[in-house]
Write a protein that binds this ligand. Structure first.
Ligand code: NAP
Length: 330
């Protein structure tokens, strides 16, 4: 039996590559940038398995060009880059990598909370620029994280891990989500409130919803104007949840105090974007899950999802298997 053909759209951890190569004929895009769209469309023509990154758009056009495709495996927990309904209509299961990146991403969210509240990046810039001539009683005053109210938008795996970290800082934690999460409330002593209350009460608002049509620009001018002028907004979810123009005005005009973003709209954010000129805005290049151990775990999980799909079995971590029914319904 010839091995099925697979396309991997970026260099992934060698352990994951080896695992896929045991069972498939692999085409890997090895350049240090996402596959150009035309190249991707050209190369999917003969593949049965597609191993994607969040920078690859899997839509009707791509699926049209991939008549043999039997599985899409995304090396990310979020799958807003994939038209899942279009895959489902074609009977194609979509895999993702939940859980293995939860604590790593929560660590980064907390790093951003601390970096913004205590103005760490401004401090580093100040020292590097040679401005540090003496200690000063009012140099780079920030906000206390301990004892502050943390507002969480979208209570899922990563949000709960952030709330756990907040316990160590003696924070009061409120959340807004579509559902009541009784078990997490009981375990972590957190409380569900409506969005309006969350915005008004949070000293730090941390965003953890997926990007969906419902959450697109969920935080815009109206919401930012409801927040405290001393509030800090942290986004480690997806850039599209926050309206960047409204955020710029909020930071520039003092509706809120600070923003710390691991994700932006668009990505990458252009170097001349106005948000990057603001001293009260920290932007990272989408590195929430970027540790050696976690990227290896993600790569291996995506490999197992891909291989299960090629075997016609339910993916261990599947976005749409319940909708697909048949052998995928588990
Ligand atoms: P998750 O467990 O699915 O949590 C997301 C939560 O958002 C869900 O539990 C859901 O709870 C809530 N939610 C969904 N729609 C909502 C809405 N319209 N309004 C309010 N809450 C809503 O996912 P996760 O593993 O924690 O990951 C969360 C997101 O983080 C991912 O989708 C991904 O985009 C992002 N992420 C980013 C990085 C990074 O590198 N920066 C790394 C990993 C993940 P309810 O059902 O109660 O609404």
């Amino acid at each position: 039996m010839p091995k099925p053909k697979v396309l991997i759209t970026r260099r992934v951890h060698p352990d994951a590559l080896r695992r896929v190569e045991e069972h498939a004929e692999v085409d890997v895009w090895t350049e240090d940038r996402p596959m150009p769209r035309e190249e991707l469309l050209k190369r999917v023509g003969s593949v049965e398995g597609l191993y994607t990154m969040l920078t690859d758009r899997v839509d009707e056009e791509l699926l049209e060009r991939a008549p043999h495709l039997r599985v899409v495996s995304n090396m990310a927990v979020g799958y807003d880059n994939i038209d899942v309904d279009a895959c489902t209509r074609r009977g194609i299961p979509v895999g993702h990598t939940p859980g293995v990146l939860t604590d790593t991403t929560a660590d980064l969210a907390f790093a951003l909370i601390l970096a913004a509240a205590r103005r760490l990046v401004e401090g580093v810039d100040y020292v590097r620029a040679g401005h540090w001539h003496t200690w000063s009683p009012d140099l780079l005053l920030g906000y206390d994280v301990y004892g502050a109210t943390l507002g969480i938008l979208g209570l899922g795996r990563i949000a709960a891990a952030v709330a756990r970290r907040a316990q160590g800082f003696g924070m009061r934690v409120l959340y807004t989500s579509r559902r009541q999460h009784e078990e997490t409330e009981a375990a972590l002593g957190i409380h569900r409130v409506d969005l309006d209350t969350l915005l008004r009460e949070a000293d730090i608002l941390s965003i953890h919803t997926p990007l969906t049509p419902e959450t697109y620009h969920l935080i815009g001018e109206t919401e930012l104007r409801r927040m405290k002028p001393t509030a800090i907004l942290v986004n480690t979810a997806r850039g599209g949840v926050v309206d960047p123009d409204a955020l710029y005005r909020a930071l520039k005009e003092g509706w809120i105090a600070y923003a710390a973003l691991d994700v932006t709209e668009p990505e990458p954010i252009p170097a001349d974007h106005p948000l990057l000129r603001l001293p009260n805005c920290i932007v990272l290049p989408h590195i929430g899950s970027a540790t050696h151990a976690t990227r290896r775990r993600m790569a291996l999980m995506a490999a197992e999802n891909l291989l299960a799909g090629l075997r016609g079995e339910p993916l261990p971590h599947c976005v749409n298997c319940a909708q697909l029914g048949g052998p995928y319904d588990h």
